[in-house]
Structure formats: structure tokens, C-alpha cells
Ligand binder design. Sequence first.
Ligand code: URA
Length: 423
Amino acid sequence: MDAVEIIRTKRDGHRLSDDQIRWFIEAYSTDRVPDYQAAALAMAVFWRGMAPDELSTWTRAMIDSGERLDLSAVGRPTVDKHSTGGVGDKVSLVLVPLVAACGAAVPQLSGRGLGHTGGTLDKMEAIPGWRADLTPTEMVAMLNEHGGFIAGATADIAPADRRLYALRDVTATVESIPLIASSIMSKKIAEGTAALVLDVKIGSGAFLPELDRARRLAETMVRLGADHGVRTTAVITRMDTVLGRTAGNALEVAEALDTLGGDGPDDLVEVTLALAREMLVLAGLDADPAAVLASGAARAVFEEQVAAQGGRLDEGLPAAAHVHEVTATASGVLTRLDARAVGVAAWRLGAGRSTKDEPVSPVAGVVCRAKPGEEVRAGEPLLELHTDDPGRVDAALAALADAIAVGDEPPSPGPLVVEVIGD
Ligand code: URA
């Protein structure tokens, strides 16, 4: 096999053979193809795309670059959720224990945040003592004893994706539907779950803001799931403003705890329940997640799961040393609070990282005292900026400069749950 010929084939818009794909991914994962050739192929795929069966082989090769977790010893139906990432997206923190409390087992392997969207592991690590690294044996034990876990992916899960994703990040080849779909699905399929619900975000805080492209991504991932024996449904949800009222690690854990205690913001509850219902359908369970949430059972499961991973919720969550208020400059209705800008502000306050190995602040973030559609009065607080480092506030304020609008008429944002795509 010849890497140059493979790049040329894709560059010229032809289909790669199964052997070419398997050889290239294997050779790249084992250092026999250098980054510059993988980057050239990624750029060729970016422009030329991939046929469905070609992408299926590509995804299989990425899965086969590592191990697939064996969850056959789990005594409940397994089902997971993946989100394409949004601002204030703390859904997993509520959903994992909720769906567990409904009788399923949720094996959630998550990542850390990069850029303006937060990572679930960063949020959970705001809980004193909580640890993200579980061995495969511990994962199976968590599923059997506590109905689920949130943990970091081990190095054996789709290692080809780990390398390729880092490369795409620095070669402007992230925003390609086949590359995104194969990246996400290879990791989720390798995780061993029998079923999967995808939360595909659209809107200003989303990774692919337009509905058309998000729908194509959703359809592509649902098809890949079916090709590899994982029952998959995608739910397209809107992310024009922050989900709930907080963006930032400990702030989001606190909001998730409120939600598990029956006192969550409407939008977070709506998205969480929509995803929970789809997960339960795929798991073949007949439970009412709204009733389970209201009963407090999901909160009890969350506390159990956190404690089993070393978390000490009884110590409380850390809080920022400095809180800066942003006030409304006019009275009226808040018509816009841009998700991406709030995400960037939270990141600049210290909640997120710019490079893979940077530490994050557990306490930094933004609290939205008002959300679009709510009345505000001039001089009253709109946002709280939380940080331990007041030197970061100006940069956060700069991110928010065009993010807020106050008018006379409430906005009409459209439904939060836009579409459900199944196979
Ligand atoms: N998330 C992933 O895991 N991979 C992508 O390519 C994009 C988002």
C-alpha cells in the first residue's frame, strides 16, 4: 500500500477501497504513516466526503485501532448519550443517574473541554475527591451496582481517533461531517454500549450551528450506529442561549444537583427528559423519567455514583473568591443572551482550557440572572462573572460586548427539541 496513492485517490474524488482504509488507519495508529500524510488525507476527505459504506469501513478501522469494552457481564440494558457540545450543557450529570434510576445501565465515557464548550469530566472534577479514571473492571462494577458512571475514556478506546482528532484540530479539518461522525461514533461504539442517544445541538452555541448540517451529521451517525449494531437515535436540540442558568464547572454541578432535587430550570429539564425518554425506548424500559426525577430517586443514585468514585459532596462545592456583576443598561425584555459569547466568557474566566494540558478552575464561570424572554430593569444584575482571578474579568466582559440585547417584545426562539431522527 502507498499512502501517496491513497491521498491522491481521495483528492481526486474517488472511493477508497476497504483495504486502503484499513491499511491507512492501522499504519497511522502505529506511526508508519506520518502526521503530514494523515493531515493531507483529512483535508481530502474534508473536500471530497465519503460514501456511506466507505465511512462505515473507516469507522470500523478506527474502532479496531483499540479495544472494545466488553459489557456482557452487565445485568441491565446498556444505553448511553453523547452531546455534540453546548454552553452550560450539564445534561449528563442529571441524565446518567436519572436513566439509571429508571432501570438502565449508562456507561458514559466523557472528555475534557477544549475552547468555549465545557467538558463533563471538568465539571465532575469540581466535586472534591471525585476521580475520572476507572478501569474496565471498575466500570462494569459501577454499572451493576450503581447503574452507571461518568469516566474518562481509556487510552485503548479508538486510539486512532485520539491522534487524528488532535491533528484535525490544528489543520482546520474538524468541521467535516464524515470525520466528525466517525470520530464520535468510533468512541461510542468502542465503549460497548448496546444503544445510544445523540444530542445534536444547533444554534449559536453549537459546533455546527445550521439545522441542515446538524441534520446531516445526525443522520450519518444514526446510520453508523446501525451499521455497527448499536441502536442509535439522534435528538436535535437548540443551543442559542445557555442551557439552564450556569456555565462553569462547580456552578453547573450545583445546578445539576438542584435539578436532581426537583428544582431545575425548565429548559434543562425539558432537554434531559426528552433524551431520557429516547434512551428508555432504546433500552426497552417502560418508566416515566419525569416521575422518577420528581421522586428524588435520581438524586439518590447520583450521590451513590459520586461517592463510589471518591466524590465527597458533603464537603460542599468550591466557590469563587470574586464575583463581578454585569447589569442591564436598559429596561425591557432580554431578547438575546448569546450562548457562544457566554461560553467564551466562562472560558476566559478560567472555566475552560486553550491547550489540552492546561488546568481548569473549578470555581470560574457565569451565572445568568436573566434569560431571554425575562423582564429586566436598568441597573439590575443580568450576569455574574465568577473567578478567583479578577484580572480575567475584562477579557470576559470583552467577549460579552455584543452578546446581550434588551427590547420590547419577547423573542420567539422556536422549540427546544427540534427533531428526533431514528433508524
Ligand atoms: N467531537 C469528537 O469527538 N470528534 C469530533 O470530530 C468533533 C467533536
